[in-house]
Design a protein around this ligand. Structure first.
Ligand SMILES: NC(=O)c1ccc[n+]([C@@H]2O[C@H](COP(=O)([O-])OP(=O)(O)OC[C@H]3O[C@@H](n4cnc5c(N)ncnc54)[C@H](OP(=O)(O)O)[C@@H]3O)[C@@H](O)[C@H]2O)c1
Length: 285
């Protein structure tokens, strides 16, 4: 199996390389080597390497910044996957793209299924939705994995932010009225590998951690585990606040739990995020 990976220095990209099955070959690229918004560069890299599969772990992921930087977010999140899908189509390679729970508005009363109506609340979510549409219009066999609340030992994420804040602050206020499912990037990488191995059908797949929680619950779990593993000296006092008390440039869905039955049918269970969280925190300094 020959894989061309984009976004290789991000959370998912790094975890994907860590888990590459034996015997697989990889051309790992990031923005410094291959800018996915540049079709000529993408076409050349794909044409020369001739991968069996292209995995797109590259994205514009700064949710709040996207509100004022919409042009760049759109280039990376829409034109990028469109270019990759077109290049994959040219050499009959598969294309695996990653999207987000932020394509939904949070008004659902039950976990979102793949066919539920989308209605992004911000620029990031809109560009990710448009990227899904652009990629699958170019190459209908594209596999799109919508995931959520990604954390890992790499890059920037909520877990690392909380641990940094624990050093600086005695008390923290955390939003408790947004609910979703934390997902370890290593588990997403493994799910992608399994979908490739099983030659899964093209289409959208929801994939997120096994238990729903709020950001407040997530922070609480992070501090409890970090204390147990002696990664912090004391747990900050946590106050549960509502979204209105923590205004952000981008609106976020208040509920974004996804139903993962479709991907589960490929023997890919919804990952236990609490045990992944312990492993990640144990790896952090
Ligand atoms: N993080 C989350 O909580 C979350 C939640 C739901 C879904 N997702 C989705 O999951 C996927 C992986 O996210 P992640 O957290 O691993 O992202 P990440 O850590 O922010 O990594 C994104 C990578 O994309 C690269 N990139 C940006 N622009 C590029 C370009 N024009 N050409 C090539 N590479 C470019 C970045 O490189 P530079 O640093 O050089 O720009 C970075 O290495 C994304 O599709 C994201 O939308 C993430």
């Amino acid at each position: 199996m020959k894989v061309l990976l984009t976004g290789s220095k991000g959370q998912l990209g790094t975890c994907f390389q860590d888990r590459l099955p034996e015997g697989w070959l990889i051309l790992a690229t990031d923005s410094d080597v291959l800018d996915i918004t540049d079709y000529a560069a993408v076409d050349k890299a794909v044409g020369e390497y001739r991968p069996d599969v292209i995995v797109n772990a590259a994205a514009y992921t700064a949710v709040d910044k996207a509100e004022i930087d919409s042009e760049l977010a759109e280039r990376i999140n829409v034109l990028g996957p469109k270019n990759l899908a077109a290049a994959a189509k040219k050499i009959s390679a598969r294309f695996i793209h990653v999207s987000t729970d932020y394509v939904f508005d949070g008004s659902a009363m039950a976990p979102y299924v793949e066919t539920d109506v989308t209605n992004p609340l911000g620029v990031y979510g809109q560009t990710k939705l448009d990227g899904e549409i652009a990629a699958s219009s170019e190459l209908p066999d594209t596999i799109i994995i919508r995931t959520a609340w990604v954390f890992s030992e790499y890059g920037n994420n909520f877990v690392k932010t909380m641990l940094r804040l624990a050093n600086d602050r005695d008390a923290l206020s955390i939003v408790a009225d947004q609910r979703g499912c934390p997902t370890y990037a290593g588990d997403i990488a493994q799910a992608i590998i399994t979908l490739i191995q099983k030659e899964a059908e093209g289409g959208i797949y929801h994939y997120c951690g096994d238990k729903e929680c709020s950001w407040y619950d997530f922070a609480n779990a992070i501090f409890n585990i970090a204390l147990e593993l002696n990664k912090i000296n004391k747990k900050p006092t946590l106050s549960a606040i509502c979204t209105e008390q923590y205004p952000t440039p981008a609106k976020r869905p208040s509920y974004s739990t996804m139903n993962c039955a479709k991907i589960n049918s490929y023997d890919i269970p919804s990952p236990e995020w609490l045990s992944a969280l312990s492993s990640v925190i144990s790896l952090l300094k």
